[in-house]
Design a protein around this ligand. Structure first.
Ligand SMILES: [Zn+2]
Ligand SMILES: [Zn+2]
Length: 271
């Protein structure tokens, strides 16, 4: 959910509308500057790339196919399209790096013209590279860990370069593969906070049998998870409008709990 949510007049959305970023929040994505790699294309990705003045995009990966992570894929067409020929400028082609188990899911991205990936490949907008569990990109080792979910294929990614490690787990990460050593001892764990249980809009309290409890950890559970896998620092992302918290609230919370931070649009992080 973007903040402000369209039409919403709640305090959080009104403040975001007045003040803009970092109070305003758009969809979940991350750009790794060292290797010009983007993970996920939310509906607002063209605006996000422009806002951050990104000038070169070599690689794109997807964590999963939920709409909030893929709706902006047309940015890849807009980047590459040469209107004179309806084909791509060859030097503007993006390489899509995809774990093999996600390939079939990709075929579900349809338009009235058919499968969008096939079309983009045929037009030369993208080039597809698949891999099983690990791939090396410009000195970065990227490991793909599939989340074991019944009806959905979802991935978290581990990035390693020299002696640094980042685990990127923004959405649909339950059950988290915490027994896998690949996620242990990260310098930075970037993860969704899960269900925030108190102070929600409409004074809502999640019942114990709520469906979200099957797909999401609570915030406290996520904090404990971070400790168990010995992450040096935790950065929370994918923050929902419904949590009813402002950028200032998250800043306050991050000062109370050691070694955590909450992401905002345009945040730069060095590891
Ligand atoms: Zn609102
Ligand atoms: Zn999501």
């Amino acid at each position: 959910m973007t903040i402000p949510k369209p039409l919403c007049q709640c305090e959080i959305c009104t403040e975001a509308r007045e003040k803009g970023v970092p109070y305003a929040r758009s969809g979940p994505a991350i750009f790794i500057h060292d290797i010009q790699l983007l993970i996920d294309t939310p509906a607002e990705i063209s605006i996000q790339l422009n806002r951050e003045n990104i000038q070169k995009l070599d690689y794109v990966m997807f964590t999963h196919m939920d709409p909030d992570h893929v709706e902006g894929i047309r940015a890849l067409e807009q980047i590459a399209l040469d209107f004179r020929t309806w084909r791509a400028y060859p030097e503007k082609k993006t390489t899509l790096i995809v774990p093999v188990s996600l390939l079939f899911e990709l075929t579900k991205l349809q338009t009235v013209y058919g499968n969008i990936i096939d079309y983009y490949i045929a037009q030369g907008f993208i080039h597809l590279v698949d891999f099983v569990s690990q791939i090396n990109i410009k000195g970065f080792t990227i490991s793909a860990l599939q989340i074991n979910r019944q009806h959905e294929v979802s991935y978290i990614y581990v990035f390693e370069s020299e002696d640094k490690k980042i685990v990127y787990a923004p959405c649909d990460v339950k059950p988290f593969p915490e027994e896998n050593e690949a996620v242990h001892n990260a310098d930075l764990l970037i993860i969704q906070p899960g269900i925030i249980e108190h102070g929600l809009k409409h004074d809502y309290v999640y019942p114990q049998n709520h469906i979200s409890r099957k797909t999401l950890y609570t915030f406290d559970e996520t904090l404990s998870l971070g400790k168990r896998i010995k992450a040096d620092q935790i950065l929370f992302t994918h923050l929902e409008e419904y949590w009813n918290r402002s950028h200032d609230d998250y800043l306050r919370l991050s000062k109370i709990i050691p070694d955590i931070a909450f992401a905002w649009d345009g945040m730069h992080v060095s590891v």
